[in-house]
Design a protein around this ligand. Structure first.
Ligand SMILES: C[S@@+](CC[C@H](N)C(=O)[O-])C[C@H]1O[C@@H](n2cnc3c(N)ncnc32)[C@H](O)[C@@H]1O
Length: 300
């Protein structure tokens, strides 16, 4: 039974992320407006948490870069190194969504350093880079949602040189993370029983705890993992804007795939009324406290 549930979850994640033409790309503009100011702050903080340990002229890779906020922080680091020493490494931002890569490219182009930074389409489960070609690999809320997460960690290890740094951000579970809890509660309570009871347990819950995350990256060839808690607040301008984001986001929207239009209308009412209560009105911002883990480890 456990095997079946795992297979169902893998299939749902694969459909959600890989088998529809650029589902993340279709969400990219809204992601850039509402999610990236929040996840971008977290991703830049993840980079800054590692920057002090980077070697000189570091070759830096970002996997599942989205709109390229972490890569931007990495490029600023390289530019400062070049200003002060005359030399620096470089940054490659990758994502499997052409729509996201187009936005990441714009983010990097704004810093006008095409000789040291580029964005390109790459599947994080099968990267087209030579082994040991990077000194540091980052992935903020990326590898954790791959259908084959183990392949994601293995590829990160493969392209890192021995001793190279991995840094990743992963959401904590609903009990420690009000964003996960408050966002999903009104959806789950309004989902028809036949849909709710058929939902597989989300695979990422296995790495929502520090212990689970450490165990998984160790198994992929990393050592000396350090996990810390990082908190941030997501602000959506209105309850309706937050619902719009959930309808477009491939992860939250996949829960509604088996619902009819009438059933979705019921869920929408449940979500809006819960969010309006949190916000204090239809035209007020709704804010969610969010909590994630940062993991920093070294390639064995
Ligand atoms: C939640 S977003 C995170 C984006 C960004 N890192 C951030 O923190 O804002 C997840 C990203 O993972 C990308 N993604 C999903 N599966 C992928 C895969 N197999 N390879 C590369 N990128 C993938 C999506 O296109 C999307 O940009």
């Amino acid at each position: 039974m456990a095997g079946l549930a795992e297979d169902d979850e893998k299939e749902r994640m694969t459909l959600m992320t890989h088998e529809q033409p650029d589902v993340w790309g279709r969400h990219a503009a809204k992601y850039a407006r509402f999610a990236a100011p929040f996840t971008g702050y977290i991703a830049q903080s993840l980079f800054l948490s590692v920057a002090g340990r980077l070697p000189r002229e570091a070759r830096i890779l970002e996997i599942a870069c989205g709109t390229g906020e972490l890569a931007r922080a990495a490029l600023l680091h390289c530019l400062e190194e070049r200003r002060t020493t005359g030399r620096c490494g470089g940054v490659v931002a990758t994502d499997f969504s052409p729509g996201m890569v187009a936005l990441a490219k714009k983010t990097l182009d704004a810093l006008d350093a095409p000789d040291i930074a580029r964005a390109e389409v790459q599947d994080g489960q099968a990267l087209g880079f030579d082994s040991a070609s990077f000194d540091a690999v980052f992935s903020a809320f990326g590898i954790f949602l791959f259908p084959d997460r183990h392949a994601g960690w293995r590829e990160a290890a493969r392209v890192l040189r021995p001793g190279g740094l991995l840094a990743t951000a992963v959401w904590r579970g609903p009990e420690d993370n009000a964003l996960a809890r408050l966002q999903m509660a009104p959806v789950m309570s309004a989902l028809p029983e036949r849909v709710r009871s058929a939902l597989p347990r989300p695979g990422w819950l296995d790495i929502a705890s520090a212990e689970g995350l450490e165990k998984e990256v160790r198994a992929a060839g990393f050592v000396a993992p350090e996990v810390s808690v990082f908190n941030a607040v997501l602000t959506a301008p209105t309850p309706h804007a937050m619902w719009g984001m959930m309808r477009e986001n491939p992860v939250s929207n996949s829960l509604l795939a088996a619902c009819s239009d009438e059933e979705i209308a019921v869920i929408e009412r449940s979500v809006l009324s819960a969010f309006e209560e949190l916000a204090g009105g239809t035209d007020r911002p709704v804010r969610f406290d969010a909590s994630c883990h940062f993991l920093i480890a070294r390639r064995a």
